[in-house]
Design a protein around this ligand. Sequence first.
Ligand SMILES: NC(=O)c1ccc[n+]([C@@H]2O[C@H](COP(=O)([O-])OP(=O)(O)OC[C@H]3O[C@@H](n4cnc5c(N)ncnc54)[C@H](OP(=O)(O)O)[C@@H]3O)[C@@H](O)[C@H]2O)c1
Length: 253
Amino acid sequence: MKLKGLTAIVTGATSGIGKEIAYLFSKEGAKVAVIGRDNYRGAKVVETIEAAGGTAAFFNTDLTDPNAVAVMFSNISKEFDDIDIVVNCAGVVIPGTVDEISYENWENSWLTNVTSVFLVCNAVIPSMIRRSRGNILNIASEAGLKGLEKRAAYCAAKSAIIGLTKAMSVDYSKNGIMINCLCPGTIETEMVEKLIMTSNNPKITKQAMINRRSTPYLGTAEEVSRAALFLVDPLNKYITGTILAVDGGATAR
Ligand SMILES: NC(=O)c1ccc[n+]([C@@H]2O[C@H](COP(=O)([O-])OP(=O)(O)OC[C@H]3O[C@@H](n4cnc5c(N)ncnc54)[C@H](OP(=O)(O)O)[C@@H]3O)[C@@H](O)[C@H]2O)c1
């Protein structure tokens, strides 16, 4: 077990990629704080982890709200030891070009995708510095590495996560904190299912998503979780500030 005795926070763990990361980390021995806003799905994730013999607890938190994040850390500290691993996976896609996106949607995209990462890191890093160890993994996207049609707010937010990851790695590697970023390509989760089903032609939309990559298929959340495990492995003391694409070769094209 690679994460035995460690404590992990996984945001966006009520669904898709974050949920799969929470499952894998728990199988690898970590105690997992499951973060999201949906009580039903949060309880289901905890139930599944516990049924498999793992330990987890759900903390309902709107990560766009600084006060809610402070309450979340206070509640986590009552149930969990110091945090060893953080995966910032919560996110939202707001489709549209710049002239189509409302200010409210732009702000929601920025708060959910970027500010949430800042708030969580801002709260957790002091204790990691005190313990001279820690591992933070931010989930950006293929959309942070290239421009995608009708994804202006999303591309901007995911590029910001890449910049934030690099800056934090420069600041905190000397403190023993490894900070990396994963850029998934299109992964078949609820988020992508919704984008496909609400498009004008779901079949063509899905095929276009596949055509952007070298693999003739889309990725799975399990695939991304394995890359996440590789980057948060406590034996990793030299990989930091890395931006790793898990995208079926899309950004290599
Ligand atoms: N799927 C892809 O193709 C793909 C590709 C590249 C990058 N990504 C990134 O990977 C991450 C996960 O994507 P996914 O496909 O797994 O999405 P998903 O199934 O829609 O899950 C999104 C997660 O984010 C949480 N979340 C959203 N807003 C939140 C808020 N304000 N406060 C707290 N939690 C919030 C949701 O929890 P609640 O609903 O419980 O609030 C949910 O657990 C995202 O950052 C996404 O941008 C996904």
